[in-house]
Design a protein around this ligand. Structure first.
Ligand SMILES: CSC[C@H]1O[C@@H](n2cnc3c(O)ncnc32)[C@H](O)[C@@H]1O
Ligand SMILES: [Zn+2]
Length: 437
């Protein structure tokens, strides 16, 4: 019988229903699951033999879900800054990836990113990269819930040769991790400008057969739309609709540029959006119309994108940015209020991944992906509203504890599953290799 852990936080924020804050309540977990949320006093009698842990000045909430990341790109952080997307990719990132990306690079970079994410309260990452087995192994080492997005492009990158080869590698990788509780797979056609119609059709069929999701960069820049109009005579979203890609198993990363008709189209097809506010600002891609998307009923989660375009992997910072940007972009201070921002980084992400029955909120029966944020410091005072404090005034350093699938991966701000010193050493190793070649 697994041990029973009973957490007694100052504030318990289940996220579902939005805005609810429970005081004098406890959360009970057993094995990988939350088994009860009940008044603290009742928990102490009903679970008298359990391990009780008081978090007297902390908020307890569901783990954050990073809906769009390229974890291994942590090793390319700061390599090429202050550039627009296509210059950044064509002239800097793709050449560097061509030279350096290997199984070991992806494992080291992914572990590094996961350590950083866990320390900031992220418990699930929806990744998209190469060397899928290495990403999955990194997730298992970190104890992090990992959705491995298997990239598909038409051209060689050092990992695959052509679209069929990338797809073959994706299917092979997926087979290696069947039954692994923390790891799942998606097919990740890179973008409309790097993937041909025929490949999109193959991916749609395969995803349907395997019952897995699709993850794709879409409408990230104006250049992408102009190029599509020139090559295909239609904007990318119309092309993808015609191909049959739009549906509830699609996570569309970015969607910075969408007109009213396209927003209605996304809503009609139940497409999920991974909004990446920091990356969109840094690459000068533009301002996603988050308020309009949400008003139309589109589910919008939050991603960091890779550390080479963010340059941090700090979801708490980015959910604050998402809330602030939505207000400025829409001219409406009520756009994305604090509780909505928190929902975007948790439950909306879970919904986008088809995992909302299992993660994304604190509820009996769900998996125990949980974080504690210390609100005792002067930066959090005076504290009128813990959700406001979390979203508008907290920083990643305040994340004190993280459990994933019921297992402690951060305790009193110390990593439990990973060795920070070793991760640093690997980062130095890669820095030397990359900077001198
Ligand atoms: C197919 S996933 C890996 C591939 O995508 C590149 N990439 C990283 N960030 C972005 C972005 O914001 N837009 C488009 N492509 C991006 C990454 O360097 C890999 O080559
Ligand atoms: Zn990306």
């Amino acid at each position: 019988m697994s041990t029973t852990l009973c957490l007694h936080p100052r504030w318990l924020i289940p996220v579902e229903p939005a805005g609810l804050v429970l005081e004098n309540h406890a959360l009970v977990m057993q094995g990988e699951r939350i088994v009860a949320i009940l008044p603290s006093s009742e928990a102490r009698t009903r679970y008298a033999n359990a391990e009780h842990h008081t978090l007297s000045e902390h908020a307890l909430l569901p783990g954050l879900i990073n809906l769009h990341a390229h974890s291994a790109m942590s090793l390319l952080r700061g390599l090429a800054d202050d550039l627009a997307l296509m210059d950044w990719l064509n002239n800097h990132i793709w050449p560097a990836e061509g030279k350096h990306v290997s199984d070991q690079f992806v494992f080291d970079g992914s572990v590094h990113a996961m350590a950083e994410m866990i320390r900031g309260g992220t418990t699930t990452v929806n990744d998209m990269y190469f060397h899928h087995e290495a990403v999955a192994r990194a997730g298992i080492s970190a104890g992090m819930r990992t959705v491995v997005g298997c990239s598909v492009l038409e051209f060689p990158t050092g990992y695959g040769i052509n679209a069929d080869d990338y797809i073959k590698k994706a299917l092979h990788a997926r087979e290696q991790f069947v039954g692994e509780p923390l790891v799942s797979f998606t097919l990740a056609p890179h973008a409309p400008y790097t993937v041909a119609d025929e490949t999109f059709r193959k991916i749609i069929t395969l995803a349907e057969q395997l019952e897995i999701g699709i993850h794709c960069h879409i409408h990230e820049t104006r250049d992408e739309i102009d190029a599509s109009l020139k090559q295909y005579g239609v904007r990318p979203l119309e092309r993808l609709r015609n191909l049959g890609l739009l549906g509830p198993n699609l996570v569309a990363a970015h969607v910075v540029h969408a007109n009213d008709a396209e927003i209605a189209l996304l809503a009609r097809h139940g497409v999920h959006i991974a909004h990446n506010p920091a990356s969109n600002l840094k690459l000068a891609s533009g301002f996603a119309r988050v308020a309009a998307l949400q008003a139309a009923g589109v589910n919008v989660g939050i991603g960091t994108d890779g550390a080479a375009s963010n340059n941090k992997l700090d979801l708490l910072a980015d959910l604050r940015l998402a809330a602030l940007l939505a207000k400025a972009e829409s001219g409406n201070p009520q756009a994305v209020p604090a509780a909505k921002a928190l929902e975007m980084a948790t439950l909306a992400g879970a919904r986008a991944l088809g995992m909302d029955a299992h993660i994304g909120s604190l509820r009996a029966g769900k998996l125990a992906d949980i974080i504690a944020v210390d609100l005792s410091g002067l930066d959090s005072q005076p504290l009128y509203d813990p959700i406001s404090q979390l979203v508008y005034a907290s920083s990643r350093e305040q994340v004190s504890h993280v459990w994933i699938n019921g297992r402690a991966v951060l305790a009193d701000r110390e990593l439990c599953t990973l060795n920070a010193g070793q991760i640093q050493a690997r980062a130095h190793y890669w820095r030397e290799r990359i900077a001198t070649h």
